[in-house]
Design a protein around this ligand. Sequence first.
Ligand SMILES: C[S@@+](CC[C@H](N)C(=O)[O-])C[C@H]1O[C@@H](n2cnc3c(N)ncnc32)[C@H](O)[C@@H]1O
Length: 190
Amino acid sequence: MAQLNVWNVDWYLDEATCPCDVHFLEYLDQEKIKDSTIFHFGTGGHHVVGLRTAENGSGNLVLGITASQPEQDAYEKLIIEKPAIGRSYKVLFGDIYLLEARLLPAFDVVTLFHTGEFRTEKNDAYGALTDEEVVRLLVGKLQGPRLLAFYSGSYAFDVADRIAKKLVAEGLLEPAGEFKTLRIYRKRKP
Ligand SMILES: C[S@@+](CC[C@H](N)C(=O)[O-])C[C@H]1O[C@@H](n2cnc3c(N)ncnc32)[C@H](O)[C@@H]1O
């Protein structure tokens, strides 16, 4: 029986190696994005996006996803010790490639920084979505500013870039600028 393709690393915040989460927080500040709902792929064990968002008065709300048990444990410890954070920051444990659209709300901003990094034949074994299907599913959930952010520093950025270009060619997305290592797209209005 195929098991979930977990990623049981407890990723600590290392801005030199992987600055995407810090750049995303800076981007939210620069664009003055407030009172928005955010879907965030890859919390890290540091949980910096949910933590800082909960504490910086922005009113932004974050739903993160992790496939790492130690990162999920860190989240549980965090909200046991600081329950107020658990109101604006929720973490889903599981495989992003098993998302179900009918169980998700709409989001103003979606990050898909790790597109292509972890999708293998292990996910195929239980009929998981592809990278493109996950992008399409979450684009389908965009509302309000309708922003989607990819991370150009990812070793699999070619996957995100190919999908983004395809969706731009289809008229579903439009480029909405760059911020440091981030590539931003906006879902076009129908
Ligand atoms: C390299 S860490 C990066 C964490 C954080 N974004 C950062 O840059 O510091 C990769 C993250 O992706 C998550 N991840 C890996 N595979 C996943 C999957 N199939 N579904 C959901 N999250 C996954 C891991 O749990 C981890 O939080």
